[in-house]
Design a protein. Structure first.
Length: 367
């Protein structure tokens, strides 16, 4: 019985006119094997071929995990005492890829592994395969969507518990710590990205880091955070007012809320991703805040917090059932105020569903 994920991988390799794709630990290898390997100083390289079983050079301490993946790997293990050069040489003899084209993930493949491949496979051509591999995880199955839904539920429940504890005088860092603990208490796994909690003018930093800034009355407090369930991620942003909001915060919030609603309503099967971006962005531009919306409308979500499909101008691909992505318009006025509302969407056969359900109205906290 063949594995459908391996079948898809082999089909993509053939379609890209490649002779193999080499993966190191990361989301794509996790997707194919069901095992999360840590990227470390010990090289692990898995070679996937269009018409043969996969081959892997693997640290001996990890070989049982790869064997238990269910994929028919031929393994070349190596020990710390012996080193990895011999294993790579033996794997190269097995692969017979001299002078052939091997695809690699340009945003992940390290110099160490790429040089080992070049050293042991004469005249090999390493080809950028990021676009090819993007097709591997674009459409989530029911199991993946269920895990993402569970991760979102944990995150939303943890956020409710966290905002009940927020008071003026607390630091961004302290609040971020509370949120992290609340997610763990509810069964959340590793964090897909560093938690963002930003108060006052810091909220205008789209990817700022929580620090010692103290939360004050009348200021925005922005949360951008997530967790994982069985490796699948949530990614949610909500912005609150600590005490009564200022007129400026109300004004900005209403525009972002309308843009978020427009983006969600525009999403559906067959709609080009860039069209969703345009519709969302138009709401903010029409309100006169266009120059303060400085990023794409959204990104794909899955085993990584950022993957395909990107909801951005230039992405002509129509959305398909199983696509999971974010809608996260924002307005960031430097030194003054920032607001972002981020939801996690899934495309269905006849529409789109927001997997996030946390209220989007401006909520007052800290009382």
């Amino acid at each position: 019985m063949t594995d459908p994920r391996l079948d898809t991988m082999q089909r993509l390799i053939e379609q890209a006119d490649l002779d193999a794709i080499a993966l190191i630990p990361g989301a794509n290898l996790q997707y194919l094997t069901g095992v999360e390997f840590h990227l470390m100083e010990r090289p692990l390289v898995a070679f996937f071929l269009p018409d043969r079983d996969p081959v892997a050079v693997v640290p001996a301490l990890e070989q049982d995990r790869l064997l238990n993946s269910g994929l028919p790997f031929k393994l070349f293990p190596w020990s710390d005492s012996d080193g990895y050069q011999g294993a790579f040489e033996a794997a190269a003899d097995e692969l017979r890829l001299d002078g052939k084209r091997i695809g690699v993930e340009e945003l992940r493949m390290r110099m160490l592994e790429s040089e080992l491949i070049r050293r042991h496979i004469p005249d090999v051509q390493l080809v950028l395969a990021g676009n090819t591999l993007a097709g591997l995880r674009l459409r989530k199955d029911a199991t993946a969507i269920a895990a993402i839904r569970e991760a979102i539920a944990i995150s939303e429940d943890a956020l409710r518990a966290t905002i009940e504890q927020v008071r003026p005088g607390m630091t961004e860092r302290a609040i971020a710590g509370i949120l992290a603990v609340e997610q763990l208490r509810r069964g959340g796994g590793s964090l897909p990205f560093d938690t963002i909690v930003l108060a006052g003018p810091n909220s205008a930093l789209p990817h700022g880091e929580p620090g010692d800034r103290v939360v004050a009355e009348g200021e925005p407090l922005l949360f951008d955070f997530g967790t994982t369930v069985r490796g699948w991620a949530s990614d949610i942003t909500r912005t609150f007012s600590v005490g009564e909001p200022s007129p400026r915060l109300k004004e900005v919030y209403e525009v972002v809320q309308a843009a978020n609603a427009a983006g969600r309503a525009a999403s559906g099967p067959g709609v080009p991703a860039q069209e969703v971006d345009r519709i969302t962005r138009q709401v903010i531009e029409s309100a006169g805040f266009g120059k303060y919306f400085t990023h794409r409308t959204g990104h794909g979500l899955g085993l990584e917090a950022h993957e395909g499909p990107n909801i951005v101008e230039g992405n002509h691909h129509p959305l398909e059932p199983g696509n999971v992505f974010t809608i996260e318009p924002g307005i960031y006025i430097p030194g003054e105020v920032g607001v972002r509302i981020e939801d996690n969407m899934v495309i269905t056969e006849d529409g789109a569903e927001s997997l996030t359900t946390f209220p989007r109205d401006l909520t007052i906290i800290g009382r």
